[in-house]
Every structure is written in structure tokens, then in C-alpha cells.
Design a protein around this ligand. Sequence first.
Ligand code: RM4
Ligand code: RM4
Ligand code: MN
Ligand code: MN
Length: 435
Amino acid sequence: MLRGMAEPFRIARELVELHNSARRAELEADHAHLGKQLARRGLDVERLTSAAQRFEVAVPSWGVGTGGTRFARFPGPGEPRDVWEKLDDCAAIHQLGRATPRVSLHIPWDEPEDPAALASFAQERGLAFDAMNSNTFQDFAGAKHSYKFGSLTHTDAAVRQQAIEHNLHVIRVGERLGSKSLTVWIGDGGNFPGQVHFRAALERYLESLRAIHARLPEDWTLFLEHKFYEPALYSTVLNDWGTSYWCARELGERVLCLVDLGHHAPNTNIELIVARLIQFGKLGGFHFNDSKYGDDDLDSGSVHPFQLFLVFNELVDAARRDARFAPAYMLDQSHNVTDPIESLLASAGELQRSFVQASLVERDALARYQQSNDVLMAHRTLKRAFTTDVEPILAMARLRSGGAIDPIDAFRASGYRARKAAERPAVSASRSGIV
Ligand code: RM4
Ligand code: RM4
Ligand code: MN
Ligand code: MN
């Protein structure tokens, strides 16, 4: 780590204050006006603003680097070159948006040589660590066995053992960072009919997960992340939420399902899956993103904002019924053509927006319309919440939490990216990547 030559550039507090002072009066007027409108519906704008202030979503360490497709990657200027610089970017995101105090690390992409040093580096920047992510979907230099034909479900026990040990290593790193959960996503599956014995592969998955679960620290949670295709393009081992649910149930109480919005076929009713997993007590967390065709190609809320709202509608409903309900929220998206910091700021804001809109749903009225089969009015109840412009609540939440009223404007005005481009000359092999 070549750190310490010159202090890296940080966005000055005064810049954020200047930004806010130019916008504060208009925001106060808009917030007060929205407050009056919401009061007519029996809603308290102050409570909603505090709820928005409490909303948190973790950012993925890999998300601050530019992503790519299987055709090409077009690196952006000033990209972070190591985990330290990634944390600097995550700190800038949290400084302006105030909704992302935790970072989710991918090992070995962001393997810290010294976890204790990384933990205090993060703490100095007001950051902590969220779920750890293991990576057995590619080969790394020095590995004895290849994952070309699978990892935790490989036909060869020695390969499975290597993948198990990797996950245990990730847990150990996470313990030193203060993380409390491990997310396991594998690329295992088949490209040809006949290649994989479906049931035998799932048995091997369970056996490997049992070995990891046996060594899970007592206060940790294990998240199983399903995905219906890619990199395996004919079948995957943990292909859908039903399989994930069954495995989580077989494995034990501290094993929960994680829903990545991009890991379903187009048109899948994801909010219904969310409701089912809540009902069965197995919803552990989310990877948020959006997509038109597949996986994490697009930013949260950019193509299907109504779907995002409907997902949060289930989450808010569940939280009202059970105060302990608190799934882990993470962003997991590939930023190929935008500045990753801007995309992450915007995406965290989109989640917050959906959360606040879902909090506006008049649930007693909705229950009455459902009971009497008043279909149109039930639907309109949701639409009324969804079509409310809650931006003044989001902006006020940021202002009150010490962030920027318009974080993307403030980010651009700060000149952060240009400064980083000067500070961080490109290196040829950046380890940040997302598929
Ligand atoms: C594209 C398209 C082109 C091919 C590239 C590599 O999807 O099919 O024809 O040249 O892939
Ligand atoms: C996968 C999956 C994992 C993520 C990797 C990079 O599709 O979403 O959660 O860690 O991509
Ligand atoms: Mn994911
Ligand atoms: Mn994905």
C-alpha cells in the first residue's frame, strides 16, 4: 500500500454547507407543503422524515469500480485501485447521501493484508462492514484446484474442500472486520443437458454448506443467494427461491435466503417471492439492482421503479407486524457507463424513496378494500402512495443527517473525480470487477 505520501482529497464540509445553504429555503417550503398534503391523509411528515433518516443500505466494495460486460470494460478516470481507495469512495458516498454507512466486501477481490488496519481505516471514515462475500466463481493465482466445473458442488471432494476452506477464511477475515454475516453465491451449474446430475449436485451443495455452517460464529448469519442462470447457462445448482428456501430450512435457523433482484427471469413476480419468504421466516437480505434482461446490469429503480416500490410495500408491511423484522439491504449492481459514485448515490436514494412511498400506504384502507374485493380501490391505494413525490422528505432527511440536499450536484461541484484521476493513475490490472 503506497499510502501516506500525500493525504488523499476529501470533500470539505464547508462545500456541503455551501451547497445546502443555497437550497435550504426552497426545501423547507417544499417539505412544509408536502407535510400539509400528507396530514390530510393522516400521515405525519416528521415521522416519515425520521424514518427516512434511519434507512440504511450497504454498498458493495466492487460497486465503486467500473463494471463491464463480457465484451468489454471501459474504465473510468480515477477509479479506486485497491480496497483502501474503494473505502475512500464509499466514505464520499456516505458523506453526501447519509444512507450507506456499511460496506460489503468481496474476498479475494478486496482481501485486506491487515484486516485490523482496514477496520480502523474504515472507522476513521465513519464506515463499518456489512455481509462478507466469498468468491468461488473464478480461479485465483496460486489456487491448487480450478472452479471451472464447480466449487462447493464440484464432483471432486478436494475441490469442494478448497471452496469450503475459502468460505471459512472469509468468515475469519469478516470477524476481524466486525462483520456478522456471510453471503454465499456460487456460479456452479451446467452448460449442457446431461452435464450435471441435478439432484446429486444439490446434495453436494448441502453437504458443503453444512460444513461451513458448522463453523459459523454464533452471532453470525449465513445468506444463500440463488440465481437462475449465468455463468452456467443451462442450469444452476441454487436456481430459485424455492430451492434456496428448502436448503435454508435443511441447514438451520441462522441460514436465510437472500434475494438479488436481478437473479430472476424477466417478468417474475419478485414481490410475491418476497412475501412468501417473509411468511416462511426465511427472508434474510437483498441485493438491489434493476434489469431489463438479466442480472445486475442496471441501477436500482431505473427501469422498474414500481416493482421496487412493491417489494418495499411487502417489507414495510412485514416490519409493521414484527418489530424484529430487519433484513440486510445491500446494493449489488454493475456500473458500466456512469460514474459509480453517482450511481450508488442515486440508487441508495431510489431505495429510500421506495421505502418512504411504501410507508405512505394507507394499510387499514387497503385491508378493507381487499376484504370487500374492491379491486380498483385496493390498487389505487397503492398507486396513491407510489405517485406521491417524496423527494422533499428524502432531501430533508439528508440535510438533517449532515449530508447534501442534492448529493449528485454536490459531488459534481466538489471536483472529487478529477482530483482522484490525478491522484490515482490507472493500473493495468484492477481487481475490481463484476459480471
Ligand atoms: C456479438 C455479435 C457479433 C460478434 C460479437 C463477438 O454478440 O454476435 O456478431 O462478433 O458478439
Ligand atoms: C453475482 C451475484 C453476487 C455478486 C457477484 C459479483 O451475480 O450477484 O452476489 O457478488 O455477482
Ligand atoms: Mn448479488
Ligand atoms: Mn448478480
